[in-house]
Structures are given as structure tokens and as C-alpha cells.
Design a protein around this ligand. Structure first.
Ligand SMILES: [Zn+2]
Ligand SMILES: [Zn+2]
Length: 407
């Protein structure tokens, strides 16, 4: 087998990996947007234009930087994706401006089940990440074995299966791993359970907790739902989040399945198309409960909810002992709109608190992958610091985009 990183040896997000067998079966892993660019144009002969030369495209998870460009792939090339990831992605597209849902045919895969494609075999495995049902792939062919990790970590709720999954895979020839956290804080990261302990203490201090977190980070949502229960608060999800949780399994806190979860529908959504209203507002209208606001509550918020927070909560005296927990990557705080939003909240006497742990692997997790899989070569992608790879990996090989590597 041979591997070419079409994009990603020198950037976080937008990574595209090509793997091909000696007899010419070609597959692609991940096809996402560059971060901060919503409309990356990409032209690859045989993939996005011309006669198709690829046998399949495999998607690791629903984050836009891994899936966002799939609409550009030739329709006769099979697209392999996990079912819930596609659902989450398509709902996100309906709520986020300028993104296009997947309407083409797709093939759903099941964790642990092999997919034969030409003379390659691809097996997806569930992995811990800040996106629900993320996976990594084992690719086998020509007597060799490659693991592509996608984005991962081992300090979230799925982290407990991390080592046993790697052991199940066993010895490999090449590891393609994410290196997002190179150049960032490289200490051991807090686990979701550590966060829960800290969240419990914060929730005990405040009557109203506003939450700024990604709607698709279900691990985090569960952490805050647990803290909310611990302090007997009602949990309020915005329409986008509530739509996602209601579409996942029943154990995920959603207004449909959990009596103490309700939905907040922003005024602006009532101005959306009839089609949007029928698809998203009508099914949720019954869960718009007033009860939470006569008690202590925890509410998921978005920047676009400022007017609602001001007029419907603050001016009505419903925020008398309130904090906002910021639970996302620090980098987003540099954004001017985010800065203004936080400032407005502070002006309403809402205490600003940061509480977060990364969705990406820390050094310990990366070392563990190399230790268990024992690859002959390691390639770093999804990083801005590939030159630091040999500080962590014994078998790191530094390559550039479009360079061919023989496995
Ligand atoms: Zn990513
Ligand atoms: Zn991701």
C-alpha cells in the first residue's frame, strides 16, 4: 500500500488522506473544510471531477473539518459514514448558514465490521472524541496494516475502551495520527469526570447557569446535565441542541425523553421558512416549558440568543445569581463577536467562568497509541507542529502534503 496526505501535514482541520493498493484500489479518508473557511473549493481529478478513479470515501466523524466537502465528491463514488454522524451533520447544516446537508446516497458502517473494497479491507472502530460516534479506521491490504485515527482522545466517556480497542487491532505497519495539541498545553488533560466534579461545585454556587458549548459535543452536554441534576436544576436546551439530542438514543438527555429537560425556541426561528418550522419547530413546541424559569435552571445558549437572554431573562429579573460557563476551545475567545457577547453578559451581572477539556489527544494518549499498535512508521496530520512529532513518537516520519509514502 501507499499513502499520500493530500492536505493536513501542516494544518489543523481540512485533512484529506489517500490510501492506495499496489493494484490500484484508491480510497480517501475524510473530506472536510479548512477551519475558518466555510467554502473551501477543491479539485481532485477522479474524485471531484472527471471519470471517477476512487473506490470509496470514508468519514471519521461529523465535524465540518472532516466531512464538510463531501458534497463535491462525484456521486458514483461510494461514501461510507456512521449513521448518527450523518444525522448530526445534516441537522447542523439546517441550522448553520451556508452549509449543505448530504442528500446523496451513503453507505452506513457498523463499528468493528469489515468493509471489503477492491483489494483493501477497511474496519471502523468507535473512538473517544468531542463528536458523537467518532471512529478510527484500520486499513488492510498488500499484507500491510494502517491505522488512521481521525480526531481522538482518551479522557472522555468513551476513553475507558481506548486501550482495549487498540489491543484488539494489534501490531500495525503505519500509524496516521492527529497532532492537534502539539504546540499547545501538553500536560495530562482533565477527564470529563474531573469536569463534572468542578461543575458540581459551580452549580452549587449559582441559581442560574448559562452554558456556552458545542451542541454536537454530547459528552460535555451529559457532564453538565449531571451537574444540573446534582443541584436539582431544570435543564434547557436551545432548539438546535434539542433537535440533535432527540435524534440520538434515549439515554441522551433530550426534551423527548427526560422530564427535566425542556427546549428554548428563539424568536428568530419563527421567521424561518415554513419547511424549517414544520421540520424543527412543530415537533419541539410541546416541550417549551415555563416551569424551569420558576426554579433554578441551567440553559444552553448561543451568541445569537443575546436578545432573548436580555429581554426574556435579564429584564424579567430571572437572572439574580447567574454565571455563564464557557466550555469550548480558548481560541474562539479571540473572536471579536464572541468578545462582545461575553462583555454583554458580564454587563448583566453574569459571572464568566471557563471550564473545559480538549476534544483532542494529549501526549499520554498519543504515546499509548504508539506503544500498543507498535507501528514501523508514524505520520502526523491535523497539526501545525509536525516537527515536534519525534518528541513523542519513536517512529515519526516527517512528510509534506502530496508526498508518497510506501507502507
Ligand atoms: Zn478535526
Ligand atoms: Zn473533530
Amino acid at each position: 500500500m501507499k499513502v499520500k496526505i493530500l492536505k493536513g501535514t501542516n494544518q489543523i482541520g481540512g485533512c484529506i488522506t489517500e490510501i492506495f493498493s499496489n493494484s490500484g484500489t484508491k480510497i480517501i479518508i475524510d473530506f472536510g473544510e479548512d477551519l475558518e473557511e466555510t467554502k473551501t473549493e477543491i479539485h481532485i481529478d477522479g474524485l471531484t471531477e472527471g471519470i471517477s478513479k476512487y473506490s470509496g470515501v470514508f468519514i471519521t466523524h461529523s465535524h465540518g473539518d472532516h466531512i464538510g466537502l463531501v458534497g463535491q465528491i462525484n456521486k458514483d463514488i461510494p461514501l461510507f459514514i456512521e449513521k448518527e454522524s450523518k444525522k448530526i451533520y445534516n441537522i447542523s447544516c439546517d441550522f448553520i448558514k451556508d452549509s449543505i446537508p448530504i442528500t446523496r446516497d451513503t453507505t452506513y458502517f457498523t463499528f468493528g465490521e469489515k468493509i471489503e473494497i477492491g483489494d483493501l479491507t477497511v474496519t471502523p472502530y468507535l473512538i473517544d472524541h468531542s463528536s458523537y460516534n467518532s471512529c478510527m479506521f484500520l486499513i488492510e491490504g498488500d499484507g500491510k496494516r494502517i491505522v488512521h485515527t481521525g480526531d481522538y482522545r482518551n479522557h472522555g466517556r468513551k476513553g475507558k475502551n481506548f486501550e482495549s480497542t487498540l489491543k484488539k487491532i494489534g501490531k500495525i505497519d503505519l500509524l496516521i495520527t492527529e497532532g492537534t495539541t502539539f504546540g499547545r498545553n501538553n500536560q495530562k488533560y482533565k477527564t470529563e469526570d474531573d469536569l463534572l466534579e468542578e461543575a458540581n461545585l459551580i452549580f452549587e454556587q449559582y441559581h442560574q447557569v448559562l452554558l456556552l458549548q458545542s451542541s454536537t459535543n454530547i459528552d460535555r452536554l451529559v457532564t453538565f446535565y449531571k451537574a444540573s441534576n446534582h443541584t436539582k436544576k431544570y435543564f434547557v436546551e436551545d432548539l438546535f441542541t434539542a433537535t440533535i439530542t432527540s435524534n440520538l438514543k434515549d439515554t441522551i438527555p433530550s426534551p423527548e425523553t427526560h422530564f427535566n429537560v425542556s427546549v428554548w425556541i428563539m424568536n428568530k426561528y419563527y421567521k424561518k421558512s415554513k419547511e424549517f418550522q414544520e421540520k424543527y419547530i412543530v415537533p419541539m413546541e410541546q416541550y417549551k416549558r415555563n416551569k424551569p424559569f420558576h426554579h433554578d435552571f441551567c440553559m444552553m445558549i448561543k451568541q445569537s440568543m443575546l436578545k432573548d437572554i436580555k429581554e426574556k431573562l435579564y429584564e424579567k429579573g430571572l437572572l439574580n445569581n447567574a454565571c455563564v460557563i464557557y466550555s469550548m476551545w480558548d481560541g474562539y475567545l479571540e473572536d471579536e463577536k464572541m468578545k462582545d457577547f461575553i462583555e454583554e453578559l458580564k454587563n448583566m451581572n453574569i459571572k464568566f467562568i471557563k471550564l473545559h477539556t480538549s476534544g483532542h489527544a494529549d501526549i499520554n494518549a498519543m504515546k499509548k497509541v504508539e506503544e500498543v499498535l507498535s507501528p514501523n512508521k508514524v505520520i502526523l496530520i491535523h497539526t501545525e507542529h509536525k516537527e515536534k512529532a519525534n518528541e513523542v513518537f519513536k517512529s515519526a516520519v516527517e512528510i509534506s502534503d502530496n508526498e508518497e509514502i510506501e507502507v
